[in-house]
Every structure is written in structure tokens, then in C-alpha cells.
Design a protein around this ligand. Structure first.
Ligand SMILES: NC(=O)c1ccc[n+]([C@@H]2O[C@H](COP(=O)([O-])OP(=O)(O)OC[C@H]3O[C@@H](n4cnc5c(N)ncnc54)[C@H](O)[C@@H]3O)[C@@H](O)[C@H]2O)c1
Length: 254
């Protein structure tokens, strides 16, 4: 059967961890536009609730700290109670990046970045995968980074978390193919979200500073990442599992 992008997620329920802002919010908007029902889960409940309200009756919000096993479970339970099924999980959450080498990075900062970025994906998957399998199969997408593929300066925890995420997706793809659960990572290059504004005064400055490192000469719009995530969540990607999709404007190519 031919579907269009306007309807290809019709009937699907997608849980997005770290949905309140930036790329997560763009993925939520895109999933709704393609016909899905969405749970916007985030550590920050207020912006997640505001987003769900703006998205309309097919969206709901819940508080979720992906580093806490009970909280991860309760987000999946919330999706099941609300919609009775789960077809997709997106782990998008990441802590604010630290800027340090192994020598000057605090142990607690290392643990927090790994906890949110990598252990969070494990905890969310631990509860989401059985529900996705029980719903007939579906898709798990981890939002990685080009820095899971190539290294950069003073970002040891971020690089390690993202590299771990890419391989966690592959290991899960092996384990859960028999359950019809596809697992992939999606690795963006620099994207115009407030995360960049911690280092750059505005998006023009971020684009001028970071754009040239990408073959396409610019940073991405969050919607460009959301389009790729929606593809991986949909049955258009029915033969895609265990892959890391680079959506990085060619950053990691040279
Ligand atoms: N913006 C970029 O340039 C860029 C580039 C490559 C990869 N990424 C990745 O894309 C993802 C989204 O990035 P973004 O730029 O939209 O960042 P963002 O900071 O706007 O979004 C991260 C979201 O995660 C949530 N979060 C943080 N800790 C959490 C926790 N413990 N539990 C639940 N939610 C938590 C935050 O509240 C926030 O809503 C991240 O994984 C990031 O590493 C971003």
C-alpha cells in the first residue's frame, strides 16, 4: 500500500523522551503532522505541557527524568494508559554539554552526561521495547550526534555518550529484530536550537562559526532532523535496523 508522509504515522503512538524543546519538539510536531499520537516526555514538565497543548488533542505530556528507572517506567506506563499501545520511542534527551578534557572534567559532570545521554536510552528502552513488541512491533530511534562518529575538542563525555548510543542501537537491533522492533540511531550535525546559544550569541553567529565545517556550508534547521526521525519511525524504513543515519550536512564525511 502506498502512504504519503501526511498519513504514514496514522494510528501510531510515539513516546519522545526530551521532547520539550529543540529537536525533540520538532520531532513531536512532525509526528503529529504525519498522523501519530505523541507523548511529550521531558524533565521540564511545563514546556512539555505547553508543547502538547499547542499540538492539540493527539498530544499529551508527562514528566520524565530518563536517568531514573521509576520515572522512565512511569513515562512508558503513561503512554500505555493514555493510548493502549506504543509504536515508537525516540530518546532525544541530552544534558547541557560540558566543555572539558578528561583531566579537568568533574566526575559528577561525566556521570550526569553519560546518565542522561546513554543510560537514559537504556532505561527508556527497557520499558518501551516490550510494549512496542506487544503492540506488534515498531521503531526505536536514538538521537546521537556526528560526535559519536568523529571526535571534537573538549567534549569527552558527549563524544563517549553519543558513540555508546550508536552501538547500543546496533546491539538492541540484533536482540529485538525477532520482536519486530527496529532500532536505529540518527546523528545530526549542528542544529539551530537553544543548545547552540550556550556557546554562540545568536544563530547567525553559530551558522558563521559552525557552518563551514559541514559540506553543505550551514547548520541544520530542527525540522530537517525531524524529517529523518519520522522516516525511521515509519514503515518507509521497514528494512532499516541497526543503522546510524548521519543527517549532518556532510560534517563527518571528510
Ligand atoms: N543542537 C545541536 O547542534 C545538536 C547536534 C547534534 C546532536 N544533537 C542532539 O540532539 C538532541 C536534542 O538536542 P537539542 O539541541 O534539541 O537540545 P535541547 O537541550 O534543546 O533538548 C534536550 C531536551 O532534553 C531534556 N532533558 C535533559 N535532561 C533530561 C532528563 N534527565 N530527562 C528527560 N529529559 C531531559 C531537556 O529538558 C530538553 O528538553 C540531543 O540528544 C543532542 O545531543 C544536537
Amino acid at each position: 500500500m502506498t502512504t504519503t508522509t501526511a498519513t504514514r504515522l496514522e494510528g501510531s503512538v510515539i513516546l519522545i523522551a526530551g521532547a520539550a524543546s529543540g529537536i525533540g519538539a520538532a520531532i513531536a510536531r512532525r509526528c503529529i503532522a504525519e498522523g501519530a499520537r505523541v507523548v511529550c516526555a521531558d524533565f521540564d514538565l511545563d514546556p512539555a505541557t505547553e508543547l502538547a497543548r499547542a499540538l492539540g488533542p493527539s498530544a499529551a505530556a508527562c514528566q520524565c527524568d530518563v536517568t531514573n528507572i521509576d520515572s522512565a517506567k512511569s513515562a512508558v506506563d503513561f503512554a500505555e494508559k493514555k493510548y493502549g499501545r506504543l509504536d515508537g520511542l525516540v530518546h532525544n534527551a541530552a544534558a547541557p554539554s560540558t566543555s572539558a578534557t578528561v583531566v579537568d572534567l568533574d566526575e559528577s559532570a561525566w556521570r550526569h552526561e553519560i546518565d542522561v545521554g546513554l543510560t537514559g536510552a537504556f532505561l527508556m528502552s527497557k520499558f518501551a521495547v516490550p510494549l512496542i513488541a506487544a503492540s506488534g512491533g515498531g521503531s526505536v530511534v536514538f538521537i546521537g550526534s556526528q560526535f559519536g562518529r568523529v571526535a571534537t575538542t573538549r567534549a569527552v563525555a558527549y563524544c563517549a555518550a553519543k558513540a555508546g548510543l550508536i552501538h547500543l542501537a546496533k546491539a538492541m537491533a540484533v536482540d529485538h529484530a525477532p520482536d519486530k522492533v527496529r532500532v536505529n540511531s540518527l546523528s545530526p550535525g549542528a542544529v539551530a536550537t537553544t543548545r547552540l546559544l550556550r556557546r554562540w550569541p545568536d544563530f547567525d553567529a553559530a551558522n558563521a562559526g559552525l557552518g563551514p565545517a559541514h559540506l553543505l556550508g550551514r547548520i541544520a534547521d530542527p525540522d530537517e532532523i525531524a524529517a529523518a526521525a519520522a522516516f525511521l519511525l515509519s514503515t518507509d524504513a521497514s528494512f532499516v535496523t541497526g543503522s546510524d543515519m548521519l543527517v549532518d550536512g556532510g560534517y563527518a564525511t571528510r
